[in-house]
Design a protein around this ligand. Structure first.
Ligand SMILES: Cc1cc2nc3c(=O)[nH]c(=O)nc-3n(C[C@H](O)[C@H](O)[C@H](O)COP(=O)(O)O)c2cc1C
Length: 516
């Protein structure tokens, strides 16, 4: 049975932000009980990964578009290490007066809470024994949770031969409490937004390394949870990413035995979020046949274009920084200068957000609305981006900085940006097509699009920040065009006040040596 969509709709409505809900929240952070940012297995020795990382010389925009090195003869531990570093590694450290320290990572994450864990189901990786490994960015190690080649079991769970035929598949999971400590029930959205920003990095990195990534959002959840030895409630599987050249299919093996390993406690005690658990359980797929049926869902027809489109300059994928340098520099801009972006810069970012994703279901479930405040050659106002025509559909003309800041939970970033992108989805139509799991798809796609916008911005020398928002107010702002849509995620683009990076006073940490 492929589940339908009422649980997702209820979850979405119950976790919507409004000016009233935010003011009435009264939630106070329990700093004594803050979850530790790394999952640490205490009963397994760590395999220290090589400290030499590929510089990823492919221009970031080209890599986002799927270009990169020729496919290597096989998947090596060196390539896998680079992939892990650029998707989930610690790239910067900030120390605060009074001794606090945050280890910032390659991809943006709500509240810098980093609840997304990465596992590697490895088969034929030169230099790495087969098995299921957990990646810990804190000490830059892999810990082997199982010793057998489990790729055939993963292929069965994904109802697709690919995970059994590639050198390795990365599994992204969300550790709910690490994020819900701060964001409570809204965390379920964040699992997919933050999973999406990591996938933006991972897809581009894997393309740059010639690893032909393939994303799976449909899988038998319980089978993947069993494989990783996670409970499927407090830690849940989000997506699979198969990488590396094709190999002969992994031999089938007996069903994986249960595993249980000791880990450091996340914090003194965990507070469960029933809405998160319900939304996840309701969107689970139970059998490979269900996965196949679910994948046959058809994307809703895109919103019809208005009569007059403004063509954007064709993007130059070779412009801007290389991917490795882009990811190393990426950070969230903390204050925008209200200075303009060029229309080509904006166009390149919009193009990047909506590149196809090599995956098991279609993308294009999310539309990109925009409040443009300062873009050279573009009248200030609201627009809808038409990815098929790489053009803007003008909606309304006006100076909307104040309104845009309000929509972004009254954060100045949303109004000071040169342009603020609002990702909206025809959610009910998506839920009708893809059932409860359609909710995962729209949030993941919006996070991925936002993650790509971050990369495009840092490739071209400007800044970006993900933002949260007042749900209904966003839709109201974009009426009548947005009638029937729901707000999913927001990303602001613009030039940082002060030099990018300096705003945070970040020191690049002793990153692994990078090799060309
Ligand atoms: C999905 C998402 C939502 C975010 N929402 C906000 C926000 O509402 N306000 C804000 O100032 N930063 C927001 N951020 C930025 C995060 O705070 C930032 O990514 C995190 O602190 C890590 O820092 P870095 O991006 O500089 O590495 C968001 C980031 C993401 C990925």
């Amino acid at each position: 049975m492929v589940p339908t969509g009422p649980v997702a709709r209820r979850y979405h409505d119950l976790t919507a932000h409004s000016p009233d809900s935010v003011r009435a929240s009264g939630h106070e952070l329990d700093w004594e009980n803050k979850p530790f940012p790394f999952k640490v297995y205490t009963d397994i020795p760590g395999l220290h990964l090589p400290r030499e990382i590929d510089v990823l010389a492919t221009p970031a925009l080209a890599a986002i578009g799927g270009e990169g090195a020729a496919p290597p003869a096989g998947l090596t531990l060196a390539a896998l290490t680079s992939l892990l570093y650029y998707m989930a590694g610690v790239t910067k450290r900030k120390t605060y007066p009074g001794g606090g320290e945050v280890l910032f990572r390659a991809a943006a994450s709500t509240g810098a809470l980093y609840q997304t864990e990465v596992y590697v189901v490895a088969g034929t990786v030169e230099g790495l024994p087969p098995g299921v490994h957990h990646f810990c960015p804190g000490d830059f190690t892999l810990r082997r949770l199982r010793g057998e080649d489990a790729r055939a079991a993963l292929a069965e769970a994904a109802a697709d031969a690919t995970p059994g035929r590639r050198g390795a598949t990365l599994v992204l999971t969300g550790l709910v409490w690490r994020n819900s400590w701060k964001y409570r029930a809204r965390t379920y959205r964040h699992l997919f937004w933050d999973g999406g920003t990591m996938l933006a990095n991972a897809l581009a990195t894997a393309a740059a390394l010639g690893l032909a990534p393939r994303l799976f959002t449909g899988f038998v959840d319980a089978a993947v949870h069993r494989l990783l030895g996670i409970d499927g409630a407090r830690e849940v599987a989000l997506a699979l990413l198969s990488v590396g050249p094709e190999t002969p299919p992994a031999a089938s093996a007996p069903p994986p035995a249960p595993i249980e390993h000791a880990t450091l406690p996340l914090s003194r005690h965990v507070v469960d979020e029933p809405l998160v658990a319900q939304a996840h359980a309701a969107s689970a797929l139970a059998t490979p046949e269900d996965v196949v049926r679910w994948r046959a869902g058809r994307a809703p027809v895109p919103t019809p274009a208005g009569a007059r489109l403004i063509a954007l300059p064709p993007p130059d994928p070779r412009a801007g920084r290389a991917l490795g340098e882009t990811i190393q520099r990426r950070g969230s801009t903390r204050s925008f200068a209200q200075t303009p972006l060029g229309v080509a810069e904006l166009g390149a970012a919009l193009w990047a957000t909506s590149r196809p994703v090599p995956g098991d279901v279609p993308t294009g479930l999310v539309d990109i609305y925009m409040s443009a405040h300062a873009v050279e050659g573009l009248p200030p106002g609201t627009y809808l981006y038409r990815r098929d025509a790489h053009a803007l559909d003008p909606l309304d003309t006006g100076e909307f900085r104040r309104q845009a800041a309000f929509l972004c939970l009254e954060q100045p970033l949303g109004g000071d940006a040169a342009a603020t992108l609002f990702f909206l989805s025809p959610l009910d139509a998506v839920l009708a097509a893809f059932g409860e799991r359609g909710y995962r798809l729209v949030n993941l796609e919006a996070g991925l699009a936002g993650g790509r916008a971050y990369l495009a911005a840092y490739a071209l020398g400007f800044g970006a920040s993900g933002l949260t928002f007042y749900d209904a107010e966003v839709v109201r702002f974009f009426l009548p065009r947005a009638a029937g849509a729901d707000a999913i995620f927001v990303t602001a683009l613009g030039r940082a006040r002060g030099a990018v990076g300096d705003v945070l006073g970040l020191n690049t940490i002793a990153a692994p040596t990078r090799r060309s």
